[in-house]
Design a protein around this ligand. Sequence first.
Ligand SMILES: Nc1nc2c(c(=O)[nH]1)N[C@H]1C(S)=C(S)[C@@H](COP(=O)(O)OP(=O)(O)OC[C@H]3O[C@@H](n4cnc5c(=O)[nH]c(N)nc54)[C@H](O)[C@@H]3O)O[C@H]1N2
Ligand SMILES: Nc1nc2c(c(=O)[nH]1)N[C@H]1C(S)=C(S)[C@@H](COP(=O)(O)OP(=O)(O)OC[C@H]3O[C@@H](n4cnc5c(=O)[nH]c(N)nc54)[C@H](O)[C@@H]3O)O[C@H]1N2
Ligand SMILES: [Mo]
Length: 777
Amino acid sequence: MTADSSRTLTGNHWGAGISETRNGKLVAVHPHPNDPNPSEINRNIASSLNGRARVLRPAIRRGWLEGSGTRGRDSFVEVSWDDALDLVAAELTRVRGSYGNTAIYAGSYGWSSAGRFHHAQSQLKRFLNGQGGFVRSEGNYSYNAALVLMPHIVGPFRTHVAQATRWPVVAKHSDLVVMFGGMATRNTQVSDGGVARHRMMDNLKACAEAGVKFVNFSPLRTDAADEIGAEWVPPKPGTDTAVMMGLAHTLLAEGLQDTQFLDRYTVGFYKLAAYLKGETDGVVKSADWAASLSGVPAERVTSLAREMAAGRTMITCAAALQRADYGEQPLWMTVTLAAMLGQIGLPGGGYTVGYGVNANIGNIERPFRWGTLPQGKNPVSDFIPVAMISDMLLNPGSEYQYNGEARVFPDIRMIWWAGGNPFHHHQDLRRLHQAFQRPETVIVNELNWTATARHADIVLPVAAPQERTDFGGGKSDNALVPMPANAAPPGEARIEFDIYADLARRMGHADQFTDGLDRDGWLRRIWAQTQEAALASGEQLPDWEAFINGDVVELRDPSPQQVFMADFRNDPDANPLPTPSGRIEIFSEQIASLGLDDCYGHPTWFAPRDYSAGTHPLFLLSGQPGTRLHSQLDNGDYSLSRKVQGREPVLIHPEDASARGIVDGDVVELFNDRGRCLAGARVTPHILKGCIFLWTGAWYDPDYDAPQERDRHGNPNALTHDLRTSSLTQSPASHSTTVDLRRFEGEVPELTVHDQPKFEEVSRSVIQNKLRGKDDQ
Ligand SMILES: Nc1nc2c(c(=O)[nH]1)N[C@H]1C(S)=C(S)[C@@H](COP(=O)(O)OP(=O)(O)OC[C@H]3O[C@@H](n4cnc5c(=O)[nH]c(N)nc54)[C@H](O)[C@@H]3O)O[C@H]1N2
Ligand SMILES: Nc1nc2c(c(=O)[nH]1)N[C@H]1C(S)=C(S)[C@@H](COP(=O)(O)OP(=O)(O)OC[C@H]3O[C@@H](n4cnc5c(=O)[nH]c(N)nc54)[C@H](O)[C@@H]3O)O[C@H]1N2
Ligand SMILES: [Mo]
């Protein structure tokens, strides 16, 4: 290292790292030496933060200034911070005055960045709560069906995930782990808020060494690590419920179910049993029936049911299975199958929904709650289930169902998004593009010129985590990570706290937002809260100065031998579940009483909708990318290194490829009735024939002049449908899409989204007129 180079700690959702800065510029993020399996996503950081796509100055959509144009397509006008903040303040005042705060949507879903203080959504929400509030969103894109369904049948999902049986317990006690949706170790690079040590691979290896057998039910072989030597049994996507029913029917037919457990700990099994036997609909849910739907051999269903009953079996279900049409059903069947085996609450038995969804689940938990920026109280009570964003914008005032409630969509006139990328994460992006034309004002705070920023009227350039001082603490981690600023924000980008403090001053509420503190004052306050919580749980944390200049602080796991639902099993009367019956609800009166046609009172087989329509032959899966977190740092070196001719890789089975004259490395065009996108062919026998797999998160790059506004880059949400899992939970269902693909024959277009948009100049009077509330037409 030279004299002008320095190394400091940094923290991200994918772990702690060591930032190397040269002449004030971030040049690399290196692995933390204590991390046994650090994430390579770090390799993206320096190249992306220094990349061509950074938003460098506040910018206004020209069409918005001139009362014309189309969001997403228009050019931008760069302005001073004073003009930008004056415009934001004027718009907020106008929209509140004309329509009230229920016309502002700041649900602002997204992962933003690690850091307890600079959390983008908390900052935005604290600011808007001081301005009369906003319509929020409820739930997430990750496991929304679980969030809403599980309380009806077993209890709150988040609490249950925190109580997941620890992996060392699985290694010691389980004979067999049956994984629906596999357990992709690439996904365990990440945990929301951070992860100090990536332990998952070591824990899996320990299981393999202890002789635990794994079965991987997944269309993608690599959803199980090579190290665990799993048996690969690929079902057709969306048919796991049928496979689980085939297993359940076999248990029942052979008398292998644990009747004592079912009697004592569950309600309503007899109703499901009647359904499995075909007494209610004339269809026996046998192994043969399951085989005909899923492609899994009937003999394997039968033999596996026997193996599961013969030893200690853990059943796991990936979140992906519920991010699909009728995604409630595989969850409910997972619980039911485990209840039939009667091992819930025993070490190494039962079920887990959530293993493999992040780095820490089943590995560690935080011993106390970290300090946080208080958001204040939202005076507006209205919300939408998070995935109903297009539905809401396109259908103001119309009714919808949600968890047994009849609700009405608000009439939204202003959107403010900070820390999320809906033009990557939402389904059917062409529909979202239409929906985003509806509001009068869209504000986006972004690091980069993503498609979301390009759909804004006012774009505010913000600092990245490496450009501000903070501390990290994963929601399910046992470590606190110092995050001193490593470099200055580029151009005129600013730290979001300072932006809101300025705005609050303009709106006459400065103190309400800042509480009289500057950034440093807030960090010290939140650290002091964290120290207090630590003391109450018997831990002494260093003072702020020592901490922020020091190394990661690791704490103990409060329950390293955790066994999920052991208390309930030991004494179900003293420790009832928080369900209506206090037991596991294999039949739910509550759900049945809603009379829904897409979710009944017990687990039910429904065929995925696109598949039933039969218009396109290939299933499109779109799981999480190994090379980044969703769309974050997509223009970083590591993410780019895996692209094919600059396109996102799509995995294709050799027979599907050769039937279409496609070879590895070709640019291909994926298409269906909703949209199309380009991608780069990766031909591999590890994907089930009939399925293709396109990673999520390539920055959406629509060519508005091409057929169906073809995405040049490879974002699966150009093709996914925007239907919900069911009217019970109203969750996103991205995994139930069918498509076809062909070789792309034309000249491969240049990407535009990793660069700046087109800027133009307007006369000062245009901005002044907008500030006075007049359109210059
Ligand atoms: N087809 C399909 N779609 C999916 C999924 C799928 O499986 N298939 N998965 C879904 C899931 S599970 C999820 S969680 C979502 C993820 O969707 P998102 O969470 O929206 O995705 P991210 O790429 O993490 O977006 C975060 C954005 O915030 C910005 N950002 C980062 N830090 C800051 C900050 O400090 N301030 C501000 N203002 N901005 C910041 C980043 O630049 C980035 O654009 O995607 C969903 N979409
Ligand atoms: N590196 C990295 N890690 C991440 C993230 C990231 O962006 N990057 N995102 C994080 C987030 S926000 C989340 S929510 C979790 C998501 O965690 P998951 O939802 O578990 O992950 P996915 O990658 O969507 O899906 C896992 C696998 O399920 C399989 N699958 C899909 N549909 C079906 C089906 O119908 N049946 C069966 N049997 N299998 C199916 C696919 O092969 C896929 O690889 O990952 C987290 N981890
Ligand atoms: Mo997620």
